[in-house]
Design a protein around this ligand. Structure first.
Ligand code: ADP
Ligand code: MG
Length: 709
């Protein structure tokens, strides 16, 4: 493990953690396994997640309902134990000049009785809670006043470290960890924490030095020092990620030659002149121009196309594929589900009618002779466009000359899957990734910083905003009445039930119960009902979808399999059952299934009466806006980036300090800064960038720089 001296980083930070006093080999092994702390350097970067202010002493009368942590000075006037066995607890009366409060222990009672004395002055620190109209402080930290000045906890802002239940049992609670960091910081000198950001950058962005930041993130001298330290380290973190992403992009630009798609005077023009079913929106035209520029550059296109549900991404995909065809290349369109692949196949075949283009479908369900026909056609080039699912990336699929890959609703495809497509040709095909899950700008910069981003920010004309309402079971008969009205007008209705993977059987039961009660409320032959769920055979699903599409049925009962991309313009009402069980982006996706035609559309969110604060917030966001970007931002705030769809696999959002929702400002500065550096000195050759270069190189041996690649 001991790596010896490496330029720029001190030996000290490479020291294995076992050499820290009181640690030793056994506890070191535990710290490695449980908290990933291998070296002094790891501990240095094991940041507190919040701080408590121990510089101030408050009075009992200052305690208010929203008081978080509070420090009091006073005496214990007496103890008493209450309850038996499990519910046994120790209560101490604690008094200062302004009043009294109770201290409560549920565990470690014997220890407390042995060590704490009545009528002795103590500093008490803890979080007051309100119980039966009285404040008490459960499990407070209690320190004798006389001893206090020597202790770590005595000075100002005290760090609170993340830890685990297991670690706590081994005395590595926050206090235990803080003893280690305190000890470490006592040993390091400024030269152990050398600066690697260029001086001019520090000056321009008013960043404190690395040494100052690393010391003050653990034991801030004061609020201001903490603020400066945090800002510097967040900046550093985001800057390094941006730099890495830009580097990847630049390398790919150099390495990955892309097919030159100069001609658009064949199918593209013919389609544009004769087959275009409507006028393109300004946004669609702009995006097509961006794609055109990419494909004329001689480099491989890697573009992310974001457009809210219903914004018209499909037609952009079609025109983009035609650019490839006009230059003698094949194109493919990959969808995340069988239903969606089928639907794309139908609509693309339909719009391309008369252009003499061979379009094929390839999904897991295409078998035998037909499969062989498609595979042969792709290999010999007679099939020009293929539409399918992830079946397209299987090894048996060989293209004659694939020039354009369009991936729809990419959040269902992992990064690794995307990469497999790259390798299907000598020359990397152009890649267009389309998503209707709008990714907040900050996240796009971090997760997809290596892709170029286009946005369709305009809906086709004539769309009416969808009305969204929240209803509970008490309103059910009124809701059903409304559905009947709409169906009488010739509209169609979706009813969606949640699906939770842990209990597929239970979900199916909910769906079946739903189906039965809906069948009773909407009897045949007046009403016809379709049902689609994940357990059905693809052919059956397809049959039911077709019936709905052909208006043979008026109600479609489904699980979230219909979430993505399905297009039935005549459907104008979306009812979501147990809406509280869906995430925001999923609700938005589902709602996007309606409002695709010229009719007024509705989305009804059905929930129980008891809702958590977060569910309430989600429902209220849905009722107040149709804007996917606003919803994505809210989602980011509510759930944090780690949970957002499409980000789990990327690994780039495992940030130590920075918070993508809160630190937009710092992120933008860091990105600007990284961009400039890449423009001015992309190989980091200039003398002032040497420290950074060496830091990055070292990083490949195990620090954060290595991990994010
Ligand atoms: P999404 O971006 O969700 O994939 P689609 O491509 O499915 O959206 O388009 C949604 C609907 O809008 C389709 O019925 C499509 O034919 C229609 N559409 C797309 N672009 C336009 C346009 N410029 N003018 C009118 N209708 C359009
Ligand atoms: Mg779509």
């Amino acid at each position: 493990m001991f790596v010896g001296h490496i330029y720029g980083m001190s030996k000290l930070l490479q020291t294995p953690i076992e050499f820290l006093k009181t640690v030793g080999p056994q506890r070191a092994e535990f710290l490695q396994k449980e908290l990933s702390l291998h070296t002094y350097g790891d501990l240095m970067r094991y940041y507190p997640f919040r701080y408590v202010d121990r510089s101030k002493i408050y009075l009992v009368k200052d305690i208010e309902p929203h008081t978080q942590f509070i420090q009091l000075k006073g005496v214990i006037t007496g103890f008493r134990t209450i309850g038996e066995k499990q519910s046994k607890r120790l209560v101490a009366r604690f008094k200062d000049s302004s009043g009294e409060v109770e201290l409560v222990w549920f565990k470690g009672i014997d220890w407390v009785l042995k060590n704490l004395k009545v009528n002795t002055e103590y500093l008490v620190f803890g979080k007051p809670t309100l119980f039966l109209n009285d404040y008490n402080i459960p499990h407070p930290e209690v320190d004798p006043v006389a001893m206090e000045p020597d202790k770590v906890s005595a000075v100002g802002l005290q760090p609170v470290y993340p830890t685990t239940e297991k670690a706590r049992k081994r005395f590595f609670d926050s206090k235990g960890i803080s003893r280690l960091t305190k000890q470490l910081i006592g040993q390091v000198r400024e030269s152990d924490l050398p600066e690697f950001l260029p001086a001019a950058m520090l000056q321009q962005y008013r960043l404190c030095s690395r040494a100052f930041a690393l010391v003050n993130i653990h034991f801030p001298k004061n609020e201001k020092a903490l603020h400066e330290a945090t800002r510097r380290l967040k900046f550093e973190e985001l800057f390094l990620i941006q730099l890495q992403l830009l580097k990847v992009k630049a390398n790919r630009g150099e390495a990955a030659r892309g097919a030159l798609l100069e001609r658009i005077d064949g199918k593209f023009d013919a389609f544009y002149k004769n087959n275009l079913p409507f006028q393109l929106t300004g946004a669609q035209k702009r995006v097509l121009k961006e794609i055109r520029n990419d494909t004329l550059s001689g480099r491989q296109m890697n573009r992310l196309l974001q457009g809210d549900v219903g914004s018209g991404k499909t037609i952009v995909a079609v025109l983009t594929m035609l650019m490839a065809l006009d230059n003698g290349y094949q194109a493919c369109l990959m969808a995340p589900t069988e239903i969606l692949a089928n639907q794309h196949f139908d609509s693309v075949t339909e719009v391309l009618r008369g252009l003499h283009i061979e379009v094929a479908l390839l999904t897991g369900n295409v078998k035998g002779k037909q499969r062989k026909y498609v595979l042969d056609g792709l290999a010999n080039g007679s099939i020009q466009i293929v539409i399918g699912t992830h079946a397209l990336i299987e090894d048996t699929v060989v293209f004659n000359n694939i020039g354009m890959v369009v991936i729809d609703e990419q959040h269902r495809f992992g990064v690794a899957q995307r990469a497999r497509l790259w390798t299907k040709n000598d020359i990397a095909p152009h890649i267009l990734v389309m998503t209707a899950t709008p990714i907040p700008r900050t996240l796009a910069m971090t997760v997809y910083g290596d892709l170029d981003v286009s946005v369709i920010d305009e809906l086709p004309p004539g769309r009416k905003p969808i009305h969204t309402a929240h209803r509970t079971d008490a309103h059910r008969s009124a809701v059903f009445g409304f559905l009947k009205q709409e169906i009488d007008k010739g509209r169609q209705v979706y009813m969606v039930y949640p699906l939770i993977e842990e209990s597929e059987a239970l979900d199916l039961k909910h769906l079946m119960d739903g189906y039965e009660s809906i069948s009773r409320a909407f009897p045949k032959p007046t009403y016809q009902i379709s049902m689609v769920h994940g357990r059905m055979r693809p052919a059956d699903k397809d049959y039911e979808m077709q019936r709905f599409l052909q208006k043979e049925t008026q109600i479609m009962i489904a699980t979230t399999v219909i979430e993505v991309g399905v297009n039935v313009p005549n459907a104008s009402v979306m009812v979501i059952e147990n809406a509280e069980r869906f995430g925001l982006s999923q609700l938005h996706q589902l709602r996007g299934r309606v409002g695709r035609g010229a009719d007024q559309s509705y989305c009804i969110l059905m929930t129980g009466t008891k809702l958590s604060a977060e569910s309430k917030q989600r429902i209220s966001v849905m009722c107040s806006t149709n804007d996917g970007f606003v919803i994505a931002e809210e989602d980011l705030k509510l759930r944090g980036p780690g949970d957002l769809e499409g980000t789990q696999q990327s690994g780039t959002v495992n940030l130590r300090l920075a918070d993508l929702a809160a630190d937009v400002h710092i992120l933008e500065e860091a990105r600007k800064c990284a961009l400039r550096l890449m423009q001015e000195d992309s190989k980091l050759m200039k003398p002032e960038n040497q420290a950074l270069l060496h830091y990055l190189k070292e990083g490949r041996q195990g620090t954060e720089w290595g991990r994010i690649s």
